[in-house]
Ligand binder design. Structure first.
Ligand code: SF4
Length: 622
């Protein structure tokens, strides 16, 4: 008995075959589940240098070991692949029910390989996998795809699908399930490149049975008691992620007009309380009493009258202050339009802000912008740009490739205004105002993500956010903890009051695996996962030069940012040295042989050595 399903389902779209394989216990002991297992399989199965949008890439869907149990806030799921946006390993988390239905169907992991000859979708039920033509759902948005699949296969069908942007291979297209999206890194484009419109599952509910049922039940009761009275859970349950907007603005952390400023006049329009007033009802993922989501109605724009789950803080940032806007209704409407096409709101907002700054600096003209006036805050233009990106038309064709590729295409100064790390557009945290977070984003193996290691102490002011000293080690620790959370999957928004000791007890009771019984072991697993992800990237040619920030953060003093005004990130090199040392990497950011062996990854040394050999300047700390 264990809360693992114990199996993976391998689906080859080219040959229309599917088979079930056992997941080796040693993989679970060493990588837990979800992000960790995904890193293990992607490293093993993807040849270096493949085109992420080719049939050689693989799309992995994973649910965590506690998913589908009574434990609260563990039923999100994750999509992993090589990213068409960054060329790195990528993982993109999402909520809804789909992941849990994977577990009920008997799988911890689904690996999708190859490429279907014609647009297709997969239907999984008790009889197995069916490969079906997608003509009837092609061109539909995610909401309608899911409705059609429920009509056809029954109301209990749960599905994950792409919208028009995924079909068109927009490099930051999302995968949608229910009202939630796996947003980051273009997982929807990978699915689209496989000619796969949707995956639908309809199986009976089969609750996983913990190894120690009595202990597990006790822990669930204890967790529910903690959550009931936890102030953060109460805030998330009522206001949701928008509750952080005001605090970030005050601290100069809220990026404004393409990261030139750190706070915006008129923030009172964007407070959590104001967004709360527009909330029609609460939503949430399977098995989560935090229920942080909120349904709101679209008031204007092309989707007027429809309802969406959102906006989350990241969308408020990307379609609000980042574009010089403080209009709540507009942000909801822009969110709905991005969801309709199936594009990541962060990457879309940052791409549009990039275009606005280029327009202001006269690097692009009105005719190059398809006749659109790209002045800051022009809402009609922004709606048009979202549509053009979603349809891959006109200037939207270029912006849909992400700011890194768009800037490379334009050449000249354009790169100075492209706000990304390793090709992933930056989230809503100004790196110059939170120096540890800056390092965490710079070193993230998936590029500019706010979820690769979130220094909560810095964000709440417990640690001085402007100091750079000593942050290398603390960020290494935060990233390891995040890797554990992501591999369980413990939702960052739903795990209020849950520390690593509690997590360890949960894992032991759920699985009986003794390796999970100590926090030190769990942190080593976190380190192993990060190291393997780094090995994946090193094999693709990523090194220290890629662990960096946009030039603006290093040289241009931040404006209008309260306590963070005039800040730059001064000592990124020193921070990187500290960080690499804490992880046991070389000065080039490459895991040393000693580190690989210590983490039980010695078998991958040859791969890494080849890359190291190419680096004449490579030096080891060891
Ligand atoms: S806190 Fe929110 S995102 Fe996290 S599991 Fe609960 S409902 Fe889903």
């Amino acid at each position: 008995m264990s809360t693992y399903a114990g199996n993976l389902l391998r689906i080859d779209l080219s040959s229309k075959t599917a088979k079930v394989e056992k997941i080796p216990l040693i993989y679970c002991q060493n990588f837990i589940s979800a992000r960790g297992l995904g890193a293990r399989y992607l490293y093993d199965e993807l040849r270096a240098g493949i085109d992420p949008l080719s049939g050689e890439n693989k799309l992995l869907l994973l649910i965590g070991v506690l998913g589908g149990t009574e434990a609260q806030g563990f039923s999100k799921w994750v999509v992993m692949s090589k990213s068409p946006l960054t060329g790195t390993i990528m993982r993109s988390f999402t909520g809804g029910n789909f992941g849990v239905w994977m577990k009920f169907a008997g799988y911890d992991l689904i690996i999708i390989e190859g490429r279907a000859e014609k647009p297709s979708y997969l239907y999984i039920d008790e009889r197995g996998v069916q490969f079906l033509g997608a003509d009837e759902i092609l061109g539909l948005d995610a909401r309608n795809v899911q409705l059609e699949l429920k009509k056809k296969h029954g109301p209990k069908t749960e599905s994950a699908c792409i919208g028009l942007a995924g079909e068109k291979l927009v490099r930051y297209a999302v995968i949608t399930s229910g009202e939630r999206t796996a947003s980051r890194g273009g997982m929807g484009a990978v699915m689209g490149s496989k000619n796969l419109k949707a995956i639908a599952i309809n199986v009976p509910v089969r609750k996983p049975i913990p190894s120690d049922e009595t202990k597990f039940k006790e822990l669930v009761k204890q967790q529910i008691r903690i959550l009931k009275n936890h102030p953060r859970r109460k805030k998330m349950n009522t206001i949701g992620t928008p509750y952080i907007t005001t605090g970030l603005n005050k601290a100069g952390i809220l990026p404004v007009r393409n990261f030139r400023e750190g706070s915006i006049h008129g923030i009172e329009e964007l407070t959590g309380d104001e967004f709360y007033k527009l909330k029609i009802k609460k939503t949430g993922c399977y098995g989560c009493m935090t229920r942080c989501g909120g349904i709101r109605e679209v008031a204007t724009g092309p989707l007027r009258g429809t309802q969406i789950d959102g906006p989350e803080y990241e969308t408020i940032y990307a379609f609000g202050p980042l574009l010089g806007i403080t209009d709540r209704s507009f942000i909801i409407d822009a969110n709905a339009l991005c969801d309709y096409y199936g594009i990541d709101t962060i990457s879309a907002g940052v791409s549009i802000a990039f275009a606005c700054e280029l327009f202001e600096k006269r690097i692009i003209s009105i005719s190059e912008a398809d006749g659109l006036d790209l002045s800051w805050g022009n809402k009609e233009t922004i709606f048009s740009l979202i549509e053009k990106i979603g349809k891959r038309e006109g200037i939207g064709y270029l912006l849909g490739k992400g700011v890194k590729r768009a800037a490379e295409h334009m050449g000249g100064e354009a790169g100075s205004y492209a706000m990304h790390i390793k090709g992933l557009e930056l989230p809503g945290y100004e790196p110059r105002a939170v120096k540890g977070y800056a390092l965490s984003m710079a070193t993230s193996n998936i590029g500019g993500s706010h979820m690769y290691g979130r220094p909560r102490d810095e964000l709440i002011g417990k640690v001085d956010p402007l100091t750079e000293e000593g942050k290398g080690e603390s960020i290494a620790r935060v990233q390891k903890e995040q890797a554990v959370d992501d591999s369980v999957i413990s939702c960052t928004f739903g795990n209020s009051g849950l520390d690593m000791e509690f997590l360890s007890e949960y894992l032991l009771a759920a699985t009986g695996i003794k390796e999970f019984s100590s926090v030190a072991n769990l942190l080593e697993i976190g380190e192993r996962i990060i190291c393997l992800e780094r090995c994946f990237n090193v094999r693709e040619g990523f090194t220290r030069k890629d662990d960096t920030l946009p030039e603006r953060m290093l040289h241009e003093p931040l404006q209008n940012a309260g306590p963070a005004t005039n800040q730059v990130v001064k000592k990124l090199d020193k921070l990187l040295d500290e960080y690499y040392k804490a992880f046991g990497y070389t000065k080039e950011g490459i895991p040393t042989s000693k580190t690989l062996k210590r983490l039980g990854l010695g078998m991958f040394e040859d791969n890494i050595t080849i890359v190291k050999g190419k680096l004449a300047e490579e030096k080891s700390w060891a």
